[in-house]
Write a protein that binds this ligand. Structure first.
Ligand SMILES: [Zn+2]
Length: 234
């Protein structure tokens, strides 16, 4: 009887030991089961995005990475976009600054209106190719007024086209520079970290007084670093 009991004890201890090891393994494996597919999915998405830009860059590319005067840009992920006006999405990093700028302008009786913010590479493709054929322009003529798909600052979510709510006839027109809104922007936009992307000295892209980009976050600065380096040679 005594012997039987002690045997039972040994058996109990062994079973308990095995259970402990099992639980410990499960603790490590269980999170891995959730994390591993997520990691692969994330890698796959980043890779496909990278390939998309590479394939766009492989056609007609000039050595400095530019195509028809435009630099290549990746498309921002949807979760970084917020709606600033019905149907107009912008990068969440610049949302506050942009609204603040609009409010400050109103104090001076200037009413800014947002015309276009984020545009997907797919939408840019439609704009670039459909307008080009409607206007019977070739690609390089069209690139003066619209970026080729994969090469628009609008894909980053950090670009905004601005108009004057009191002078809508100048929307997307060079005459926008005559408006009170543009003059106000020239004086004040830098306070809110906005800069004019295509100024009068740009060699291959037409002057766009309505098109501003945000450079008030590290992400934005990284994205536009090359554009800013190139500014000296425009
Ligand atoms: Zn624009």
């Amino acid at each position: 009887m005594e012997k039987e009991k002690s045997l039972q004890n040994i058996f109990d201890i062994q079973v308990a030991k095995r259970e402990y090891q099992k639980n410990n393994k499960a603790k490590i494996i269980r999170p891995l089961i959730f994390i591993t597919p997520l990691f692969f999915l994330f890698s796959l998405l980043s890779w496909s995005q990278y390939q998309k830009v590479l394939s766009l860059r492989s056609t007609n590319i000039i050595d400095d990475g530019k195509i028809l005067g435009h630099l290549p840009y990746l498309e921002v992920s949807k979760n970084k976009l917020v709606e600033i006006q019905p149907d107009i999405l912008v990068h969440k990093d610049m949302f506050k600054s942009l609204l603040e700028m609009k409010k400050e302008a109103e104090k001076d009786d200037i009413y800014l209106v947002f015309l276009s913010g984020f545009r997907s590479i797919e939408l840019q493709k439609e704009i670039f190719y459909s307008l080009k054929s409607i206007r019977n322009q070739n690609a390089s003529e069209r690139a003066k007024v619209s970026a080729p798909p994969g090469y628009s600052e609008h894909s980053t979510g950090f670009a905004i086209d601005i108009g004057d709510a009191q002078n809508r006839a100048t929307d997307f027109e060079v005459e926008f520079e005559e408006t009170k809104a543009f003059k106000w922007l020239k004086r004040n936009a830098a306070k809110y970290h906005f800069v004019l992307s295509f100024n009068k000295n740009h060699k291959s892209v037409d002057y766009e007084p309505w098109h501003w980009r945000y450079e008030g976050s590290i992400d934005a600065l990284k994205i536009f670093e090359q554009a800013n380096r190139g500014i000296k040679i425009y």
